[in-house]
Design a protein around this ligand. Sequence first.
Ligand SMILES: C[S@@+](CC[C@H](N)C(=O)[O-])C[C@H]1O[C@@H](n2cnc3c(N)ncnc32)[C@H](O)[C@@H]1O
Length: 250
Amino acid sequence: MPSKWIQRSYKRTPIPWLMRNSVSRRDVIQRCIEALGARTYLEIGVSDGRCFAAVQAPTRIGVDPIAPAPLVVAELGKPGVVYVSRTSDSFFETEAPRLLPDGVEVVFIDGLHTWAQAYRDCVNSLEYLNPDGVILLHDCLPRNEGQAMVASSPQEAATLAEAQGVPFDWAWTGDVWKAIVALRQHPDLSTCVLDCDRGVGVVRRGANEGGPRLSEADIARLRFADLKANPVELLGLRKPYHLVKALASR
Ligand SMILES: C[S@@+](CC[C@H](N)C(=O)[O-])C[C@H]1O[C@@H](n2cnc3c(N)ncnc32)[C@H](O)[C@@H]1O
């Protein structure tokens, strides 16, 4: 017998919704907010605000070192909307204790595209994540060498790709995927990646679902070719409809 919330969730949004080929990060975020009855949504890396402005939640907190874009400025007049012009590290150090007194249920991490930073953003978010909450990590599934280029900005990735003669299409993810490999080493975290919108990682407290046991040095040595050869083992890659199961577990 499926749990009550799965039944409710099926009723609210029929299953074909998650079978669409074009499930977006925003669809995944909103589904999580609704399924968990989330009060607070935290987005790290807001950019022009097209995702932040579209998501609906009673409290929305955006974090990005850049000044708020016009779409975000328009949201700031609404109740429960906060924007913090800081890096994620600075946010967690100085603002999170004040802004997240009751924790957070849904965190979307989409800031600096390096695995060390993405991993740190996840670990810092776990400090505030309520027991049933979920962390979503964007850009976990590069489709080619150019997208996976290791760099600290899209411009740097483009320059490196050109120098190496690698085709570059600007759908740059960097090596964020390695943060998932690292999170899959935690025995008390359940982690997978949904095969949609550049790969959306789903991290929750719960039993580890396996995958290769790797040290930090092993993970640092992994290359895009390793990911291409073994995405299911390394990332726990799943179809988007796996989200229903991932949210029901625990
Ligand atoms: C890919 S964009 C975010 C896109 C947005 N989340 C969306 O879905 O439309 C990445 C953003 O991360 C921001 N960023 C870069 N380094 C960051 C850091 N250390 N902490 C927080 N945000 C960062 C950049 O300024 C940029 O606006």
